[in-house]
Ligand binder design. Sequence first.
Ligand SMILES: Cc1cc2nc3c(=O)[nH]c(=O)nc-3n(C[C@H](O)[C@H](O)[C@H](O)COP(=O)(O)O)c2cc1C
Length: 201
Amino acid sequence: MADVKLAIVYYSATGTVHAMARRLREAAEKAGAEVRLRQVAELAPPEAIASNAAWSQHFDSTKDEPRATADDVVWADAVLFGTPTRYGNVASQLKQFLDTLGPQWARGQLADKAYAGFTASQTAHGGQESTLLALYHTIYHFGGVVVAPGYTDPLKFADGNPYGVSHVTGGSNDAPLTEVQLAALDHLARRIVTVAGRLRA
Ligand SMILES: Cc1cc2nc3c(=O)[nH]c(=O)nc-3n(C[C@H](O)[C@H](O)[C@H](O)COP(=O)(O)O)c2cc1C
């Protein structure tokens, strides 16, 4: 839908959620949206990042990419939040960003927008659904409209997550996105752009 403004705000330590975010941007732009792709700030101490080669590599390669601000959320008609699973929950880096939005919340600037989430975990039952549901608690407080994908397209029976889109990174934490996840990401992007356009109208 033309002219819909979409913010994709995410945290990624080792690049999986970043890859998902980039795919969402591509699909949303194809659907006619204007997209801001924004990472939130890294909060982990340098020694923690340095202890993990994949984390260090991703940190270095993305450190100059734009950082999310409150204005990105206020600007948007729709927001997609992405986070790796952390003990079945939202990563503290994304949660910290959400926790800075109190002034915008108090002014009602976060309400009436379309929101949805995407996530990754290492294991198949490692907390993807609980992470997305935990994320949505915040959206309810915003007065946001959760645009869960549900099973609104036959392809959702392949990826099997009606709460959002998720990917399992596997034992070595680097399994690439498959056609199933890419299709689910494309569907989520198209759906939120369409619903946000209707909400705005
Ligand atoms: C502190 C910590 C907690 C994690 N908790 C879980 C978990 O509960 N379940 C799971 O399957 N994976 C868990 N993981 C693995 C991450 O979710 C996985 O590495 C992540 O989805 C990769 O995303 P990224 O490449 O965007 O950082 C955890 C990783 C860390 C560092």
